[in-house]
Design a protein around this ligand. Structure first.
Ligand SMILES: [Zn+2]
Ligand SMILES: [Zn+2]
Length: 358
């Protein structure tokens, strides 16, 4: 059993171990629970959480949109400091600043060996299949841990592990090539990363579509061509600006049938629509006009890869990926404020990114 140093034990805390904010019943607010300190195996790293992002997926878990086993400590976007290491760990030491790849995989199956480890049959996502970062500490195997460069604040390192990583994976799945145009449907945490990464990958024109004026303003600061979908059909607006051509790549980051349809409809000949947002609902396409005649493609995007994380960290370290500018709102490790942040995400509030800073 892991024991934190005596001086770390706060008055009243040793009563129950570590503080977590957990999902204990589907459809109900998260609750504060004390749980036993997690055991550290020989190949594990124990991390003192310094930042944990509050993600739209967490709102889905709370609402029961994606099934999870309860009780569960949510939180899959985590950065912190190594507090303790298992006996077989050589690559990390106590005190290292680190961030966490949220998938824990076997490393041995065909998918893992081919570098598509998100399909590993024994993959477990932290904060979904095993306890995550809405707590004081987190235990993960060494292969899920990456050194967080000093230049990157913990809050940014945390949210990069989901939103930015997924953005990069989506752009790669969509095979974005230099000189191509991109339309990004939804300017949340994912959208702001995607705008910047698309530009870094050489996109000639980046369109950002949303209905929230504050988010559009933010997109404009990152030099996207903004399209207010509340002011008229975004597909028509895109076709107007591109003289009827459409865009080479469209990314759907919202998770609504209407925006998925718009993403497909905004494609140029040989265009690729990558769907990232989650929904259980279906959407319609007109096969001949919207796909076959243009050899357009619809591509699913699931998670991201460990191999993409160092690329992302290097972009952030060198300032090519900037997640500052008031995009992050820190919140304490308290059930009330975390539930409120989740409520806000559910209502598509204009809160760009809430991050728990314990
Ligand atoms: Zn996330
Ligand atoms: Zn595997």
């Amino acid at each position: 059993m892991f024991r934190v140093a005596q001086h770390d034990r706060l008055e009243g805390r040793s009563r129950y171990g570590m503080k977590t904010i957990r999902l204990t019943a589907i459809g109900s607010p998260l609750e504060e629970q004390g749980i036993e300190d997690p055991p550290v195996g020989a190949g594990d790293v124990l991390i003192r959480v310094r930042a944990a992002g509050i993600c739209h997926s967490d709102a889905h878990y709370r609402a029961g949109v994606s099934p999870v086993k309860l009780p569960l400590t949510l939180g899959h976007e985590v950065a912190g400091v190594v507090e303790r290491i298992g006996g077989e760990i050589n690559n990390f030491k106590v005190g290292d600043r680190v961030c966490v790849h949220y998938l824990v995989t076997c490393g041995e199956c065909a998918f893992c060996r081919a570098g598509n480890e998100q399909f590993c049959p024994s993959a477990e996502m932290i904060g979904k299949h095993r306890n995550g970062g809405y707590g004081e500490f987190l235990v993960v195997p060494e292969q899920s841990v990456f050194i967080l460069p000093d230049e990157i604040p913990f809050e940014q390192g945390a949210i990069m592990m989901c939103s930015s990583a997924t953005s990069l994976h989506a752009l790669k799945k969509a095979r974005l090539a230099a000189g191509e145009s991109v339309a990004i449907f939804g300017v949340g945490g994912l959208g702001i990363s995607t705008i910047q990464l698309a530009k870094n990958l050489g996109a000639a024109r980046v369109f950002a579509i949303d209905i929230n004026p504050r988010k559009l303003e933010l997109a404009e600061r990152f030099e996207a061509i903004v399209i207010n979908a509340a002011a008229g059909d975004p597909v028509e607006q895109i076709h107007e600006i591109t003289n009827g051509r459409g865009v080479d790549v469209a990314l759907e980051l919202v998770g609504l049938p209407v925006t998925m349809r718009q993403a497909v409809q905004s494609l140029a000949t040989l265009g690729r629509a990558a769907l990232v947002g989650l929904t259980r609902e279906s959407f319609e396409i007109a096969p001949y006009r919207e796909l076959i005649n243009k050899e357009a493609e619809i591509i699913g995007v699931s998670d991201h890869l460990a191999s993409e994380i160092p690329v992302l960290l290097e972009m952030a370290r060198t300032g090519q990926l900037d997640l500052s500018h008031g995009i992050i709102r820190p919140v304490p490790l308290e059930a009330g404020t975390i539930n409120a942040a989740l409520d806000n995400l559910e209502k598509f509030g204009d809160d760009v990114r809430a991050v728990i800073v314990p």
